[in-house]
Design a protein around this ligand. Structure first.
Ligand SMILES: [Zn+2]
Ligand SMILES: [Zn+2]
Length: 426
C-alpha cells in the first residue's frame, strides 16, 4: 500500500492577498518539507498562471503532472493535479448567493476549454486567480459536464459565513436547493478550517457526501494545514480518475482519513463582531437575539451556529464506524512557537522548524508518525514533543475564532480556556 497526502485547494501568486512566492518550483519544495505528496496546481483560470502551468508541468500519468525538472525522479517528486477555485455571485430565489466552488479538471486541455467557456460568457479571468462571476453554481456544473464528464465540482469551505454553499450570509439550507436537478453530480464538500467532520455529520442530508479537507493556502507556510490521506497500490495507480473516484465513492479502504484543524482555530467558528471584539457561542448569541451587545447590529453568525441550525441529529446519534475518520493537528510551527514562548513568525521558530524537518523527514512525518523519543533526540526542548503528544491525544484547549479572527489553540496547557462570559468581551 502506498499512503499519499493530498492538498487539493491552494492558490497561486495571482490570487488576491496571496504570497508572490507561490510559484510551482517553490510549491513543490514546500510540499516536500511538509510531506504533501499530491497538491493542486491551483488557479488554472488565470491566463498567466495557466501559461506557467503549461510551461512547467509534464503529464506523468493520466491527469497527474510533475515538474518538467523532476521527470524520472520517482520517489521524492511532488505530483500535481488540476483544480481551481471560482467565486459565483448571483441572485437565486430572491436572495444574493455568494458561493466558492472547487473545479477539478482531468487535463490542461479540459481546463483550457473551461476557461474559454467562462470568457465566452464575459467573465474577466485576468483580474484574480479566483475569478468572480455572475454564473450560478448550477450553471457551472452544467458547463463542466458539457466539456468533460470527468470534471468535478466541490463546494469550497462549505460553512464560512460570506462565501459558501451553507454560509449564514451567502448560502442555501441544502445542496439540493443550490444545485437543483444537478445535485446528483455533487459528491463531496470541503469542510473548511472552522468545521470538522463530526460537526458536518450532524446533518443526515450529508450522509452520502464525502468530506474533503484542504489548506486553501495563500502562502507556502500554510500548505497542507488541512489535507487528505489516500491509499494507492503503487505509483502507476495515482491517476486523476482514481483520485476523483476515491472522493466520489468515499471508499474507506482508499480514503484513510482527513487531517484537520481543531475547528475552534478556524476564523469563523464562533459568532461575533471583529470591530467590537465581541465573541459569542451559539447559545450566547441566541440569547442576544443574534445582535451584537455592543453595537446592536446583526452578528456574523459562525460555522458552529450554522451547523446547529441545519443539523437534524445530536453528536451522539452519528452512526459509528460509517464515515471516514479524521485526525486533528496543529501546525508544527505553532507547536514550536508555543514551546519557545515566542511568535510563530520568529527566527527561532524558523530555524528549529528547518532543523527538525531535515532530521526527521517532513512536518507530517513529525506530527503523525515519529515517536516522542525520536523527536526529543533532535529537538532543542522537550516541550516540542510534549506539545505534539498533547495534540495527538486531543488534550488541547482553544479560544475559538470568530468574524475573521483566527482562534488560538493552547497546545501546552499553560493557560485555561476563558470562561464563556470573559470570552464574550476579549
Ligand atoms: Zn474560497
Ligand atoms: Zn458589534
Amino acid at each position: 500500500m502506498l499512503e499519499q497526502i493530498l492538498d487539493l485547494h491552494i492558490h497561486s501568486k495571482y490570487s488576491r492577498a496571496c504570497s508572490p512566492a507561490l510559484e510551482l518550483p517553490n510549491i513543490a519544495r514546500a510540499c516536500r518539507q511538509k510531506g504533501i505528496d499530491i497538491v493542486s496546481a491551483g488557479d488554472f483560470t488565470h491566463p498567466l498562471w495557466f501559461k506557467h502551468l503549461a510551461e512547467n508541468l509534464a503529464e506523468e500519468n493520466e491527469g497527474v503532472y510533475v515538474l518538467r525538472s523532476e521527470i524520472g525522479d520517482q520517489k521524492s517528486k511532488v505530483r500535481f493535479i488540476l483544480s481551481t477555485e471560482i467565486s459565483c455571485i448571483y441572485s437565486h430565489g430572491g436572495k444574493t448567493r455568494r458561493i466558492h466552488l472547487l473545479i477539478f479538471a482531468p487535463a490542461l486541455a479540459a481546463a483550457q476549454k473551461f476557461n474559454q467557456a467562462l470568457e465566452k460568457r464575459g467573465v474577466n479571468l485576468k483580474a484574480d486567480g479566483r475569478p468572480i462571476m455572475g454564473l450560478s453554481a448550477k450553471e457551472i456544473v452544467q458547463i463542466c459536464l458539457a466539456i468533460d464528464e470527468r470534471m468535478m465540482v466541490v463546494p469550497a469551505h462549505a460553512w464560512t459565513p460570506w462565501f459558501s454553499v451553507f454560509g449564514s450570509k451567502s448560502g442555501y439550507d441544502s445542496l439540493a436547493e443550490c444545485f437543483e436537478e444537478f445535485v446528483p453530480q455533487i459528491h463531496a464538500i470541503e469542510t473548511g478550517l472552522s468545521s470538522d467532520p463530526p460537526m458536518n455529520r450532524r446533518l443526515s442530508a450529508l450522509d452520502n457526501i464525502t468530506l474533503i479537507s484542504n489548506s486553501d493556502a495563500h502562502s507556502l507556510d500554510n500548505l497542507g494545514r488541512e489535507a487528505n490521506v489516500f491509499a494507492f497500490t503503487d505509483y502507476p495507480d495515482i491517476t486523476y480518475d482514481r483520485i476523483t473516484r476515491i472522493i466520489k465513492t468515499g471508499n474507506r479502504q482508499k480514503f484513510l482519513y482527513t487531517i484537520e484543524f481543531f475547528p475552534e482555530e478556524g476564523k469563523y467558528h464562533y459568532d461575533g463582531h471583529k470591530d467590537c471584539q465581541v465573541v459569542l457561542s451559539p447559545a450566547e448569541s441566541k440569547r442576544e437575539g443574534g445582535r451584537c451587545p455592543k453595537c446592536k447590529r446583526p452578528l456574523t453568525i459562525g460555522v458552529l451556529n450554522r451547523v446547529e441550525e441545519l443539523a437534524d441529529r445530536a453528536a451522539e446519534e452519528i452512526p459509528a464506524g460509517r464515515f471516514i475518520p479524521h485526525r486533528s493537528l496543529v501546525p508544527l510551527r505553532e507547536i514550536i512557537a508555543a514551546a519557545f514562548s515566542v511568535g510563530v513568525a520568529s527566527k527561532q521558530v524558523a530555524v528549529e522548524y528547518q532543523r527538525l524537518v531535515k532530521a526527521l523527514g517532513s512536518e507530517f512525518a513529525i506530527l503523525l508518525h515519529r515517536s516522542a523519543a525520536e523527536i526529543n533526540q533532535m529537538a532543542s526542548t522537550p516541550a516540542i514533543a510534549a506539545g505534539i503528544e498533547r495534540v495527538r491525544a486531543g488534550r488541547v484547549t482553544a479560544r475559538p475564532g470568530y468574524d475573521g479572527v483566527f482562534g488560538v489553540v493552547d497546545v501546552l496547557g499553560a493557560t485555561r480556556p476563558p470562561a464563556p462570559r470573559q470570552a464574550a468581551l476579549l
